[in-house]
Write a protein that binds this ligand. Structure first.
Ligand SMILES: C[S@@+](CC[C@H](N)C(=O)[O-])C[C@H]1O[C@@H](n2cnc3c(N)ncnc32)[C@H](O)[C@@H]1O
Length: 241
C-alpha cells in the first residue's frame, strides 16, 4: 500500500548516487553520478522557473510536497522554537519554505543558495508576498568562509541530497557540508533535514560527530516486497560541542 502525502510530487528513494563514498559503510546506493549535483543544472532550473514566475506567477516545484514544509513547521511549534529564532534555509531554491515560515510568524529568516537565478526567484517570490524583511543571499554553502554563523535552526530540504550527487567530489562535499553546518549553528541549535536519498540510518551515520539525534518526523510510508520503506526521511538533530 502507498500512502501519498507528498502533494502529488513524485518522490523516489535511492535514485541518487554516492559512488565515491567508500568510507560510508551504511551506504547502499550504487547509481551513476547525476547532473543534479551541479551548479549549472540548478542555475538552468531556476533561470527557467524565474521566467515562468515572471510570466505567470507560478513559484515552481515544491520539493517533496507541501507536507514536507508543514511537518517541520509543526515540529518548530512543538519544540517551542521562538518566533525570533534565527533560521537558515540551506539551498532555498524558489524560497517557498521561507514564505511558509514567515507566514507562520517566523521573523528572523535567511535563505541561501549558490544559484543566482534561485536567489533572484526567491527574492521575487518573497516580495510578491510582501515579505521583504527576509534575507536571501547568493552563497555556496560548501565555501561560505564563516559567513554563516549564529543560527538557532538550519533547515535543509533536498539540498544535502543535491550536494551528495556532485559527480566531481561528492565524498569531500559531504564532509564540507557537515563542517559548514557545524559552523552555521549555535551550540544546541537544531538541524531539520528532509531527504529522499538517504535513510534514517545513513543520516544518523553522517551527522553523528558533533550532533545529537533528537527525533524522526513521520513521513509517508509504503510496503513493497514484504518490506516497509519511506519515500522521504525527515530528521531533527541538535548541535553539540
Ligand atoms: C532539490 S533543490 C531544493 C530547493 C529547496 N530547498 C526546496 O525545497 O524547494 C536543491 C537546492 O540546493 C541548492 N544547492 C545545491 N548545492 C548548493 C551549495 N553548495 N550551496 C548552496 N546551495 C546549493 C540548489 O541550487 C537548489 O536550489
Amino acid at each position: 500500500s502507498t500512502e501519498d502525502a507528498t502533494g502529488g510530487v513524485e518522490v523516489k528513494r535511492g535514485n541518487m548516487s554516492d559512488p565515491e563514498d567508500d568510507d560510508d559503510s551504511s551506504s547502499d546506493t550504487d547509481f551513476e553520478p547525476s547532473q543534479l549535483g551541479t551548479k549549472e543544472y540548478w542555475e538552468d532550473v531556476y533561470q527557467k522557473e524565474l521566467e515562468t514566475f515572471t510570466d505567470i506567477g507560478d513559484v515552481g516545484e515544491i520539493w517533496f510536497g507541501e507536507e514536507s514544509m508543514s511537518r517541520v513547521l509543526r515540529w518548530m511549534d512543538r519544540a517551542k522554537i521562538p518566533a525570533e529564532a534565527a533560521i537558515l534555509d540551506i539551498g532555498t531554491g524558489n524560497g517557498a519554505f521561507l514564505v511558509e515560515l514567515a507566514k507562520h510568524g517566523r521573523r528572523n529568516l535567511t535563505g541561501i543558495d549558490y544559484s543566482l537565478a534561485s536567489v533572484e526567484l526567491a527574492r521575487n517570490v518573497l516580495s510578491g508576498e510582501d515579505l521583504s524583511d527576509v534575507t536571501v543571499k547568493e552563497v555556496d554553502f560548501l565555501n561560505c568562509h564563516g559567513e554563516l554563523k549564529g543560527f538557532d535552526v538550519c533547515i535543509d530540504k533536498g539540498t544535502f541530497d543535491a550536494i551528495s550527487l556532485n559527480p566531481d567530489s561528492s565524498k569531500e562535499d559531504k564532509k564540507l557540508y557537515v563542517q559548514a553546518l557545524k559552523d552555521a549553528l549555535k551550540d544546541k541549535g537544531f538541524f531539520a533535514i528532509t531527504s529522499c536519498n538517504w535513510t534514517k540510518e545513513q543520516l544518523l551515520d553522517r551527522f553523528c560527530d558533533g550532533f545529537e539525534f533528537v527525533e524522526e518526523l513521520p513521513t509517508p510510508s509504503f510496503h513493497f516486497g514484504g518490506k516497509k520503506g519511506n519515500s522521504v526521511t525527515a530528521l531533527i538533530f541538535k548541535r553539540m560541542y
